[in-house]
Write a protein that binds this ligand. Structure first.
Ligand SMILES: Nc1ncnc2c1ncn2[C@@H]1O[C@H](COP(=O)(O)OS(=O)(=O)O)[C@@H](OP(=O)(O)O)[C@H]1O
Ligand SMILES: Nc1ncnc2c1ncn2[C@@H]1O[C@H](COP(=O)(O)OP(=O)(O)O)[C@@H](O)[C@H]1O
Length: 189
C-alpha cells in the first residue's frame, strides 16, 4: 500500500502530519490528545508535537516575533515530516499564525510524498478569551503582555483547510471524532 491521499484503503501504517492551527485556547491541544488516544487504541503509532514542549527544547530561546514563529513552525514541520514519512501519525497543536509558514511546511511534505492535513480549529477569539486556559488574554488585557495572537498580533486564517472545527459548538469528543472521520475518509484510520 502507498501513503498517498487518494489511497482509499485503510492503512494504519501510513504516516501523516495533522496540523491543528488556531488561536490560543481554541482547543488544539485538547483535540490532539483526545485523538491520539483514539488512534493508539486502534494500534496506530502516534506522536503529539506539543507547542509548549517544543519551545522548551528544540525551539528554546525563540520568542513570538514573526521571524521566530516562522522558525519555530519550520523546525516543527521538519520533525513532523521525518516522523510521518516513517509511519507515525504526527499531531501538531501549534498556532502557526502565518500562511506562508504553513505553506512551506505543506510543500516540504509534498516534496517528500508525505501526507499533510491542515485542520483549522476555528474557535472565535471571543470564546477563546473566556476559556483563557493559560491566562494570556487576561494578561494582554491588563497590559502585562503584548503580541498575543488574534488580539494584538496577526492570525492569518487558513483559506482552504482540510477541515474546519467550530469547537464552541461541540464536545471535545465530537471535535476529535471529526478529525478521525477525515483520517478515515483519506484511508488513514
Ligand atoms: N504572544 C503570544 N502569542 C501566542 N501564544 C503565546 C504568546 N505568548 C505565549 N504564548 C503561548 O505559547 C504557546 C506556544 O505557541 P506556538 O509555538 O504554538 O506558537 S507559534 O506557532 O510559534 O506562533 C501557545 O500555546 P497555545 O495556547 O496552546 O496555543 C501560547 O499559550
Ligand atoms: N470541542 C472542544 N474541543 C477542544 N477543546 C474544547 C472543546 N470544548 C471545550 N474545550 C475546552 O477548551 C479548552 C482548550 O484549551 P487547549 O486545548 O489548551 O487550547 P489550545 O491548545 O488551542 O491553546 C480546554 O479547556 C477544553 O476543555
Amino acid at each position: 500500500m502507498t501513503n498517498h491521499q487518494d489511497d482509499q484503503e485503510t492503512d494504519v501504517t501510513s504516516g501523516a502530519t495533522v496540523w491543528l492551527t488556531g488561536l490560543p485556547s481554541a482547543g488544539k491541544t485538547t483535540i490532539a490528545y483526545e485523538l491520539a488516544g483514539r488512534l493508539r487504541a486502534e494500534g496506530q503509532q502516534v506522536e503529539v508535537l506539543d507547542g509548549d514542549e517544543i519551545r522548551e527544547f528544540i525551539s528554546a530561546g525563540l520568542g513570538f516575533s514573526r521571524e521566530d514563529r516562522h522558525t519555530n513552525v519550520q523546525r516543527i514541520g521538519f520533525v513532523a515530516e521525518l516522523l510521518a514519512r516513517n509511519g507515525v501519525k504526527v499531531l501538531v497543536p501549534v498556532i502557526a499564525p502565518y500562511a506562508d509558514s504553513r505553506d512551506a511546511v505543506r510543500k516540504r511534505h509534498e516534496a517528500n510524498g508525505t501526507t499533510y492535513l491542515e485542520i483549522h480549529v476555528a474557535t472565535p477569539v471571543e470564546v477563546c478569551s473566556v476559556r483563557d486556559v493559560k491566562g494570556l488574554y487576561a494578561k494582554q488585557a491588563a497590559g502585562e503582555l503584548t503580541g498575543l495572537t488574534g488580539v494584538d498580533d496577526p492570525y492569518e486564517e487558513p483559506e482552504a483547510p482540510d477541515l474546519r472545527i467550530e469547537s464552541q459548538n461541540q464536545t471535545v469528543q465530537e471535535s476529535a471524532a471529526a478529525v478521525h472521520s477525515l483520517l478515515t475518509e483519506r484511508g488513514l484510520a
